[in-house]
Write a protein that binds this ligand. Structure first.
Ligand SMILES: CSCCC(=O)/C(O)=C/O
Ligand code: FE2
Ligand code: NI
Length: 181
């Protein structure tokens, strides 16, 4: 079940609130300029499927997002626990970073934990299949795929280079909860 836990930066062990209803998650994130939608990921895709398989299964939804919201590049992260570089990949996304553009991710299988650091608060969003999250450019955040990744996310960019991250060098991510297996 998707969820949102909101913490003060000073209390990583105790969330101020935990939300599990879609409307509550979406409205709380919207107050921070973060868009959280639920789409239908109808095609059956297994983590580990290739980028080509995923894009062709979701071409219609991708085209809709690109046309309506102006994204120009798309790629896919599709990982399962057999991936030989899973530890390195996990470590890279676990460092707090920002992007110069919105971070748009459509989960079409599995799950992952996005954590956003906005002013004095931390918003941990457990995203699952069907969730579409759009985090505004410049928002500090990190992502945990867990020790045994199991997810497929379509990433949309309005930058022709695709994924570019600016790491903040802060160690805040290490203080907040990780994705449980
Ligand atoms: C859920 S897609 C992989 C993570 C990613 O692209 C990112 O930028 C995390 O912050
Ligand atoms: Fe990111
Ligand atoms: Ni699965």
């Amino acid at each position: 079940m998707s969820s949102l836990s909101v913490y003060h930066v000073s209390s990583p062990d105790l969330p101020n609130k935990v939300l599990t209803h879609f409307e509550d998650i979406a409205s709380t994130l919207a107050e921070q300029g973060v868009r959280f939608d639920r789409w239908q990921a109808a095609a059956k895709i297994q983590p580990g499927a290739t980028q080509e398989e995923v894009i062709s299964a979701y071409q219609q939804q991708i085209d809709k997002l690109m046309t309506e919201r102006g994204y120009i590049t798309v790629d896919v992260i599709s990982l399962n626990s057999d991936h030989p570089q899973k530890a390195e990949l996990r470590a890279k996304f676990l460092e707090e970073h920002r992007h110069g553009e919105d971070e748009v991710r459509f989960f079409v299988a599995g799950r992952g934990l996005f954590t956003l650091h906005i002013d004095d608060y931390v918003y941990a969003v457990l995203c699952e299949k069907n969730d579409l999250i759009s985090v505004p450019a410049g928002t500090k955040h990190w992502f945990d795929m867990g020790e045994n990744p199991h997810f497929v996310a379509i990433r949309l960019f309005n930058n022709p280079q695709g994924w570019v991250a600016n790491f903040t060098g802060e160690d805040i991510a290490g203080r907040f909860p990780r994705l449980e297996d």
